[in-house]
Design a protein around this ligand. Structure first.
Ligand code: MD3
Ligand code: FE
Length: 223
């Protein structure tokens, strides 16, 4: 009984916030899967440890990253792209665990996107002071599919801008367990993350971890 009440609370309309047409925050949506998610992350990061990638301009990113799925997002001196191979190991990225795929699909469905088949989950790890400056995500080929993001660990202030870099961004606090589905017109908006404040979370310590599920629009067999 108690478990059901907990799950109902995570799905209740009160915990649903629409940021703009196409972007909906599902507060606490990932909480029922918390321990399975961390178990999955443990396996992924053994095979593909977090690393700080270099921007094409030669800067080391303050956010540490890894991926799971058929592809991974990578950045180096030649640019940003999706690659089926982890450049650090030379091996394919770890496969996307069912618990993560199901979570992304359930979140997408509850925001009205059925048949969501993400082929990459980019995993970002923020230490205190790490930030993500305002940017657009334009590396995907399938802009009809939403991006689903899952926030874990210490909180962040997400910057939610407009279609022009100059548009003054809204500040959206994202907490442990919050899931956001970004679809439709929201997909091409500028966004970022303010420098993370030093806090402690019982599951992640000093870190914030964000899972961002995407559909690259690439075929399983290659670009
Ligand atoms: C909204 N990551 O990896 S995830 C990124 O919290 C990125 O780690 C942020 O932005 C983070 O590129 C946000 C949510 C997200 C991802 C892509 C989006 C939101 C988005 C693309 C368009 C609009
Ligand atoms: Fe982004």
């Amino acid at each position: 009984m108690t478990l059901n009440l907990f799950e109902d609370a995570a799905l209740s309309p009160l915990r649903r916030e629409e940021l703009c047409p196409g972007a909906v925050v599902l507060r606490g949506f990932a909480l029922p899967d918390e321990s399975a998610i961390f178990e999955a992350l443990r396996h992924i990061t053994i095979a593909a440890p977090f690393r700080h990638m270099m921007t094409p301009g030669g800067f080391r990113m303050s956010v540490a990253m890894t991926n799971c799925g058929s592809y991974g997002w990578v950045s180096d001196s030649s640019g940003y792209r999706y690659d089926a191979t982890d450049p650090d190991s030379g091996k394919p990225w770890p496969r996307m665990p069912d618990v993560l795929l199901k979570l992304a699909q359930n979140a997408a469905a509850s925001a009205g996107f059925t048949n969501y088949k993400p082929d990459v989950c980019l995993i970002n790890r923020y230490a205190p002071g790490s930030r993500l400056s305002l940017h657009q995500d334009k590396n995907e080929r399938d802009f009809d599919a939403p991006i689903v993001s899952v926030s874990l660990g210490i909180p962040a202030i997400f910057l939610w801008g407009g279609l022009c870099r100059q548009d003054r961004p809204m500040r959206v606090p994202l907490m442990h367990g919050d899931v956001v589905v970004w679809g439709g017109a929201a997909r091409l908006r500028y966004h970022g993350v303010l420098p993370i404040k030093q806090e402690y979370h019982r599951l992640t310590g000093l870190y914030r971890i964000n899972l961002a599920f995407r559909k690259t629009g690439r075929r399983q067999t290659g670009p």
